[in-house]
Design a protein around this ligand. Structure first.
Ligand code: MLT
Length: 327
């Protein structure tokens, strides 16, 4: 390339950079001008999918564009999350992540293809999701004390379903197993939607799952719930004791689901998405559906991008301390 063409290329590059910088605010101002993809890192019908669909249905009305859910499965949600981290940072590809994909996976995957803090912009927290210890209807133990005795005595025979290494269902039961000192058979699924189907069918013994996936089945009597791993009982399941009441106070576990965008997504776009999510969480119908499923709806102060960034940082520290020793 001669000097003339080199200088022409330099001028073109400078002009392109200037032009893109000039149109960026206009793009953000007009955003969104087309449909948005919301990646859900697990199979349809599970807790992450259910929460994402409830909230994004309302967000779409606020934003005036459809939000298309794309279920991308595998590796405990990390396949989808890695893909989302590489998406264009234009606000048109988002992900509903959670305590597994954006915290517990960090200590569990030494070569994780993304980092929750370096590769994502936090948009906003959607829901807290208490964890329950659930079992197939005809599992022998009649209460949590019996469950502990039975699992300790039969660890090589019983099996626990989950949504893949690093998923909420996996790490919650890893915590339970480290407290009990057992390592039962592990049965992975592409999400706890399919795992719940297997539990209802009696094909697996038990599971640690987010409450939003369990309430309908518990109320229908198709599975049993030993306890909820939070200090207080959940209003959607008033008859399910806490782990403390049932004799296992050491097992405390609550997950959360939140929206993230690829790193570098412009701040005005993040602000628009955050406002739409917050508006959804204040909508009467959205609140009713989330609360009926046992969700904990975040207070306004906990819905900001900054609050989510702090939550992610704290949760990475917490689960690294919990899971590293558990191996
Ligand atoms: C999990 O981490 O266990 C997921 O939430 C399961 C799911 O949403 O399907």
């Amino acid at each position: 390339m001669n000097s003339y063409s080199r200088s022409l290329a330099g001028v073109c590059l400078a002009l392109t950079t200037l032009l893109s910088a000039a149109v960026a605010p206009a793009r953000a101002q007009d955003y969104p001008t087309r449909s948005i993809t919301m990646i859900v890192p697990f199979a349809a019908g599970g807790p992450t999918d259910v929460i994402a669909r409830i909230v994004t249905a309302h967000m779409a009305q606020t934003l005036g564009q459809s939000i298309i859910i794309e279920n991308v499965v595998g590796a405990g949600g990390t396949t989808a999350t890695a893909r989302a981290s590489r998406a264009a940072n234009d606000g048109y590809t988002l992900i509903t992540g959670h305590m597994g994909t954006h915290a517990a996976s960090v200590p569990l995957y030494p070569n994780l293809a993304y980092h929750p803090e370096k590769n994502f912009e936090p948009v906003g927290l959607l829901a807290g999701t208490p964890i329950l210890i659930l079992a197939r209807k005809d599992f022998a133990p009649k209460d949590l004390k019996d469950f502990v005795t039975y699992v300790k005595a039969n660890a090589e025979k019983v099996n626990a379903a989950h949504a893949g290494i690093g998923s909420v269902s996996n790490v919650s039961c890893q915590l339970l197993h480290s407290i009990l000192g057992v390592q039962p058979i592990s049965v992975p699924f592409n999400g706890t939607g399919p795992a719940m189907n297997a539990l209802v069918a009696g094909q697996v013994d038990y599971m640690c799952d987010q409450i939003v996936n369990a309430v309908p089945q518990i109320n229908a009597g198709t599975i049993k719930a030993y306890a909820v791993a939070t200090p207080q009982r959940n209003p959607s399941l008033p008859n399910v004791p806490t782990t403390a009441e049932a004799g296992l106070p050491a097992f405390q576990a609550q997950a959360w689901n939140a929206i993230f965008a690829p790193k570098g997504t412009p701040a005005p776009i993040i602000a628009k998405l955050n406002a739409a999510a917050a508006k959804a969480l204040d909508d009467e119908n959205v609140r009713k559906r989330l609360l009926e499923l046992g969700s904990v709806i975040p207070q306004p102060a906990d819905r900001t991008p900054e609050a989510l960034a702090t939550l992610v940082k704290n949760e990475i520290t917490k689960w690294t301390a919990v899971l590293k020793p558990a191996g």
